[in-house]
Design a protein around this ligand. Structure first.
Ligand code: 4AD
Ligand code: MG
Length: 432
């Protein structure tokens, strides 16, 4: 007998097949039992009719408890009443592993309880849908960069440098030296761009930020492309094409997951239209001040209410250009005619999801960078390899970092970034 996965049921209508699954839920009466089955690929219904199976099969079905694992045999049928479209008419059941008093029941549980049971919560249909969106974004990311002539380079995770500032580093012992968990692979990606032209990384990054917001994780995954012989304007075009590509692929390949999540697909479609709007930092400050935000002045970084207001003034993700130099990292290219701003942009997602990309053109001048490294209180010894890149054939180059979990949160339309990663590391949580 053929063993299949639920997702492939459509190709086996009328056939008797075998499926390994878990019983997510069950309803039964005297004559019929409905098992909600899941196997990791999808959910569908199994139907056991008392008059059509041996009595012991019906009794077994009636007594199955939530999350028992089973081998099911039966006939695949169309089921026009379910969104999935297919079901299995069960003929035989074999219990593989029993399950007693499964902690997550169909009733409402609080978030803390669910987070404590994250290892089990992942089995729920909502979490399943979110992880499918995540997987699609990962898949489409590799596809986009491979199709556009980038090569993947993996920067180290144990590092000696602090590209994004020294305040939120995780320090660890590296034999008799100090090391830090990477907060960004960017500096290494700049070296890689000088070796390979167009490169991207995709890996975990760590920020010991004492932020407890719906957008902050302690450990998150970042995609960091870096491009040689490229200025900021061209980098912005790559960024908008990349993000529109992610949205389009999620629409094309996660239709069912988006339905489970109740995501508005018409809204998502708007985010595939290029170009995305651009507004300067200066104009964004003015826009806020004109609209009653008296809590922000030129020179300050935006808080999430500010980002949300700016985003709501546009229909698509918006780039905020050229922030004050004083609030950005040391490596950004100085503005050609102003010394108070740098050539950079953050991409702000619509609907209040906040910053999903931070990027910039990089400073290319050796002396300028050395001065910035000193001004930021960084150890110039540790950055001498980075300065070498400006000594041996320095070229204009630009890059950016997209936060995977923020993007998953936005495209899934969920409330909090903690559900966008299988096992979130949060300010007060490293379990499970
Ligand atoms: O803006 P950030 O800090 O930029 C960099 O690290 C640059 N070195 C990137 C580059 O130019 N190569 O981080 C980039 C993105 C943010 O826009 C956000 O999406 C995400 O990473 N991010 C976080 N996501 C979840 N939790 C956090 N604590 C995050 N911090 C940043
Ligand atoms: Mg940023």
């Amino acid at each position: 007998m053929k063993v299949i996965q639920i997702i492939d049921a459509k190709d086996h209508v009328g056939e008797i097949v075998k499926i390994g699954a878990w019983v997510a839920n069950k309803r039964s009466s005297g004559k019929i039992a409905f098992l909600q089955l899941r196997d990791g690929t999808a959910y569908f219904q199994g139907v056991v009719v008392k008059s059509e199976v041996p009595e012991e099969v019906f009794q077994l079905a009636k007594n199955l408890t939530q999350e028992t694992s089973v081998w099911i045999t039966g006939e695949i049928r169309e089921d026009s009443r379910s969104k999935f479209g297919y079901e299995i008419g069960i003929q035989g059941i074999e219990v593989v592993g029993e399950s007693h008093e499964y902690p997550i029941t169909p009733k409402e549980h609080g978030t803390d309880f669910l987070m404590d049971h994250r290892h089990l919560w992942l089995r729920s249909s909502k979490q399943h849908a979110i992880m499918q969106v995540r997987n699609e974004i990962i898949r489409a990311t590799y596809e986009f960069f491979n199709q556009n002539g980038f090569i993947k380079i993996d920067p180290p995770i144990l590092t000696g440098s602090a590209p994004e500032g020294t305040t939120d580093l995780f320090e660890t012992n590296y034999f008799d030296q100090k090391a830090y968990l990477s907060q960004s692979g960017q500096l290494y990606m700049e070296a890689a761009a000088m070796a390979f032209g167009k490169v991207f990384s995709f890996g975990p990054t760590f920020r010991a930020e004492k932020s407890k917001t719906r957008r902050h994780l302690i450990e998150f995954w970042m995609i960091e492309p870096e491009m040689a012989f490229m200025h900021q304007e061209e980098s912005l075009e790559v960024q908008e094409q990349y993000v529109a590509y992610l949205v389009q692929n999620v629409l094309d390949n996660c239709d069912y997951a988006l339905d489970v999540l109740g995501r508005d697909k018409e809204l998502l479609k708007k985010y595939t239209q290029l170009p995305f709007p651009r507004i300067s930092y200066d104009d964004a400050i003015e826009l806020l001040q004109k609209n009653g935000f008296d809590d922000i002045t030129w020179g300050e970084d935006f808080g999430s209410p500010h980002e949300t207001f700016i985003a709501n003034s546009f229909e698509q993700p918006v780039f905020i250009l050229n922030y004050p130099k004083a609030i950005k990292p040391f490596y950004m290219k100085p503005h050609p005619t102003r010394d108070d701003v740098v050539i950079c942009a953050d991409m702000i997602a619509p609907e209040g999801y906040g910053e999903i990309i931070g990027g910039s053109e990089r400073a290319t001048d050796y002396d300028y960078l050395l001065e910035q490294i000193r001004a930021h209180g960084l150890d110039e010894e540790e950055y001498s390899w980075y300065l070498d890149l400006r000594k041996y054939g320095s070229v204009p180059h630009a890059g950016f970092g997209l936060g995977l979990e923020r993007t998953v949160t936005w495209l899934s339309g969920i409330e909090h970034v903690r559900e966008a990663i299988p096992f979130p590391r949060l300010l007060n949580r490293i379990y499970p």
